[in-house]
Design a protein around this ligand. Structure first.
Ligand code: ADP
Length: 367
């Protein structure tokens, strides 16, 4: 039986569509390194993020489409990912942070105490665990808590060239915080335009290297520092964190308004402290009127990224310097954070793929 030609195989693969991008995987440039050897077909699916939530589904569909062709006995599909950059032309005045930083994700909240830093830290760790190269910038000048949450409060960043700071590495995650340089209670007294510029400059003065994602933990609220960062840093988008109470949700609407003003897409809303999940009996208790953020996301027409329960393990992880996703990655709560990270990566891909041309498929025929 005749083996199908590469063109016939690509034609068959065109029937596989990415359900979110609404385009087939061939025109998206996902199919790479197609090899046909007798009745064996092998190719790589190059996705836009290692944290793709539908990677297994796409792989199975692609395998199925080729296996159905006559003359094909085996199909081998390898998965890889190249994260596209959203650091292209952006809003006037916004500059990329560094040439190697592909996507900046701003994590904000309408008010303090809703778990913004907790979400930023666990999101960064989760993206790293899903295979991406990740940095975490603690820009919460009024209460830098990232060093404590990652157990590196005593770290002293160094500089090799006298101009750039080397980030601190925690399990492969590159971390920088204003808290490394000043005592957290001193940061509180900084105010005014000098501070706003200083924070943006600080972000640029770090030698981040090559990063798929740089997660930035913003100060809470919608003040000048947040606005200056959002205006001057070319971000892929923002993740807004809220608790389910009405007051917090009203504040998050203000935060969305600020992002709109500076044309930063809101990648989605996370509901933190959504409900209480008892670690002994697994019973779920709705402490607040749970579900408010999902409703708010709908009203604001932004994606809902997930609901994080209130659990002692989350606070303990933060206090002990080992975020729960690092300390206990298999736990249910960590799986929820990982799912939020997949959704965030997915939203970044949607935004970036919409803007960039994708690569043509590469073919490798055996002689
Ligand atoms: P923010 O950055 O919004 O001010 P933090 O991330 O510092 O808030 O969180 C405030 C406190 O709440 C911290 O002690 C943190 O450990 C705790 N916390 C945050 N999210 C959760 C959660 N889902 N379950 C339990 N404790 C949490």
């Amino acid at each position: 039986m005749a083996t199908p030609t590469p063109d016939q195989i690509l034609e068959a693969l065109k029937s596989v569509e990415d359900p979110d991008l609404h385009r087939d995987i061939v025109s998206l440039g996902f199919v790479q390194d197609l090899k046909v050897e007798g009745d064996k077909v092998a190719f790589t699916l190059q996705l836009t993020t290692p944290a793709c939530p539908i990677r297994d589904q796409l792989k199975a569909s692609a395998e199925g489409a080729v296996a159905a062709l006559e003359g094909v006995a085996t199909v081998e599909v390898a998965l890889s990912a190249t994260v596209p950059s959203s650091a292209g032309p952006g809003t006037a005045g916004a500059e990329p942070v560094a040439p190697g930083v592909k996507n900046i994700i701003l994590v904000g909240s309408g008010k303090g105490g809703v778990g913004k830093s907790t979400v930023a830290v666990n999101l960064a760790v989760a993206l790293k665990q899903l295979g991406a190269s990740v940095g975490l910038m603690d820009a919460d000048v009024y209460g830098p808590s990232v060093p404590m949450m990652l157990g590196v409060s005593d770290a002293q960043p160094t500089s090799k060239d006298g101009k750039h700071l080397e980030p601190i590495e925690v399990d492969g995650l590159k971390v920088m915080s204003i808290g490394f340089l000043v005592e957290s209670d001193q940061a509180m007294i900084w105010r005014g335009p000098m501070l706003n510029q200083a924070v943006v400059q600080f972000l640029r003065d770090v030698r981040w290297g090559e990063l798929d994602y740089l997660v930035v933990d913003l100060p809470p609220g919608t003040g000048d520092v947040q606005l200056t960062i959002a205006q001057q840093v070319r971000a892929a988008g923002s993740v807004l964190v809220s608790t389910p109470q009405d007051v917090a949700l009203l504040d998050v609407i203000r935060a969305k308004g600020m992002m709109d003003r500076v044309q930063i897409p809101v990648l989605g809303l996370v509901e933190n402290m959504s409900f209480f999940l008892c670690s002994h009996c697994n019973e779920r208790t709705e402490i607040f009127d749970h579900g408010g953020a999902r409703e708010a996301a709908k009203k604001l027409s932004v994606p809902f990224l997930g609901a994080i329960p209130i659990q002692p393990a989350v606070r303990e992880g933060g206090d002990r310097g080992k975020p729960v996703v690092m300390a206990d990655p298999e736990s249910e709560i960590s799986q929820t954070f990982l799912q939020v990270a997949r959704e965030v990566a997915h939203q970044v891909s949607l935004a970036a793929v919409g803007e960039t041309e994708t690569a043509a498929p590469t073919l490798r025929m055996s002689p």
